[in-house]
Write a protein that binds this ligand. Structure first.
Ligand SMILES: Nc1ncnc2c1ncn2[C@@H]1O[C@H](COP(=O)(O)OP(=O)(O)OP(=O)(O)O)[C@@H](O)[C@H]1O
Ligand SMILES: [Mg+2]
Length: 273
C-alpha cells in the first residue's frame, strides 16, 4: 500500500484491530475552531497512544494545509473516497504528529452538495468507507462550515458529534440548525449518532464577553458542555501557518495543555457510552 501522494507515503496501518470510534467535528458557523480542534485533538489522542485518522471534508482544505500538505500535489483525496469508492486506507497519508494520518481534501469537491445528492447512496458514502476501516482507534471528521451533503455524510458516519463554539456572543445562535440536521439524520440514517459535547473555543480570560458566553452555554447545555474550554491563543495561528498541529508546534503551551485535557475528557465520555 505504498502509494506516493505528494511527498508522503501512505502507511500500512494494521496494528489496531476492531472498529474505530468515529467523531464528527461540526458547526456551520465559520471560523469557530473545527479544523484547529480536529488537528490538535487528533495529536493529543495520538500522544495518549491512540492511532488516529483525520478526514478533511472541507473543499477549502484548511486541515490538509494545516498538516503541511501541498494541495497542488495530492494523490487520493476525500473526493475519490466519496465519489469513486476508493478506500480510506489507500487515501491516508502521514499527518503532522506520529500516529496521526490524514485523508486530504481538494477544492474539486466544491460542488459536492449537488454531485453527492445526484449519486446513489450519496448521503452514506463516508459511512461505507469508515465501516470498512480498521487499524485506527479514532477517526475525526473535519466538517466544512455548512450543513450540506459533506456535513451530512459526516453525521451519517459518526457515532459522536463534537460542536466547537467560539466564545462570541452570537455564536450560540447558529447551533439550532445543526441540531435539526443531526436529529433528521438520527431519525432516518444513523440512530446511533449522539452529542459527545459542545466545546467552547477561543476563550478569553480578559474582559467579560467570553465569561458571559460560557455562562449562557452552561445554562443551555449543562452536562453536555465539555468541562475543558480552549483558550484564545496566538499559538493556534502560528501552528496553522507552520503547517503543524499545536501539540507538536508548541508542546508546552497552555493551548496544547487545553487540548490534552480535551483528549482525556473525550476518552472518558466515549468510554461512558
Ligand atoms: N484557540 C484559538 N485561539 C486563537 N485563534 C484560534 C484558536 N482556534 C482557532 N483559531 C484561529 O481561528 C481561525 C479559524 O480557526 P479554524 O480554521 O480552526 O476554524 P474552522 O471552524 O475550521 O473554520 P472554517 O469554518 O472556515 O472551516 C484560524 O485562523 C485559527 O488559527
Ligand atoms: Mg475548518
Amino acid at each position: 500500500m505504498a502509494v506516493m501522494t505528494g511527498e508522503r507515503q501512505t502507511v500500512d496501518h494494521g496494528a489496531t484491530t476492531g472498529r474505530p470510534v468515529v467523531i464528527a467535528i461540526a458547526n456551520q458557523k465559520g471560523g469557530c475552531g473545527k479544523t484547529t480542534t480536529t488537528l490538535a485533538l487528533g495529536a493529543a489522542l495520538a500522544e495518549r497512544g491512540r492511532r488516529v485518522l483525520l478526514i478533511d471534508l472541507d473543499p477549502q482544505n484548511a486541515l490538509t494545509r494545516g498538516v503541511g500538505l501541498d494541495p497542488g500535489r495530492l494523490g487520493l483525496t476525500t473526493r475519490e473516497v466519496l465519489y469513486d469508492g476508493d478506500s480510506l486506507a489507500d487515501a491516508a497519508v502521514e499527518g503532522s504528529s506520529p500516529n496521526v494520518w490524514v485523508v486530504p481534501a481538494t477544492l474539486r469537491m466544491v460542488r459536492a452538495d449537488l454531485e453527492l445528492s445526484a449519486m446513489r447512496g450519496g448521503d452514506v458514502r463516508l459511512r461505507e468507507a469508515t465501516a470498512a476501516l480498521t487499524g485506527f482507534d479514532y477517526v475525526l471528521l473535519d466538517c466544512p462550515p455548512s450543513l450540506g451533503a459533506l456535513t451530512g455524510n459526516a453525521l451519517a458516519a459518526a457515532r459522536h458529534l463534537i460542536i466547537p463554539v467560539d466564545s462570541e456572543p452570537w455564536a450560540l445562535d447558529t447551533i439550532d440548525q445543526l441540531f435539526e440536521q443531526a436529529d433528521e439524520i438520527r431519525r432516518y440514517v444513523n440512530r446511533r449518532l449522539r452529542l459527545l459535547g459542545v466545546l467552547l473555543t477561543r476563550y478569553r480570560t480578559r474582559g467579560a464577553a467570553s465569561q458571559q458566553v460560557a455562562e449562557m452555554a452552561r445554562e443551555r447545555w449543562a452536562a453536555e458542555l465539555f468541562t475543558t474550554t480552549i483558550r484564545d491563543s496566538t499559538k493556534a495561528v502560528e501552528a496553522a501557518i507552520a503547517g503543524c498541529d499545536v501539540i507538536r508546534w508548541a508542546p508546552r503551551s497552555p493551548l496544547a495543555h487545553d487540548y490534552r485535557a480535551l483528549a482525556a475528557e473525550v476518552e472518558t465520555r466515549v468510554d461512558a457510552v
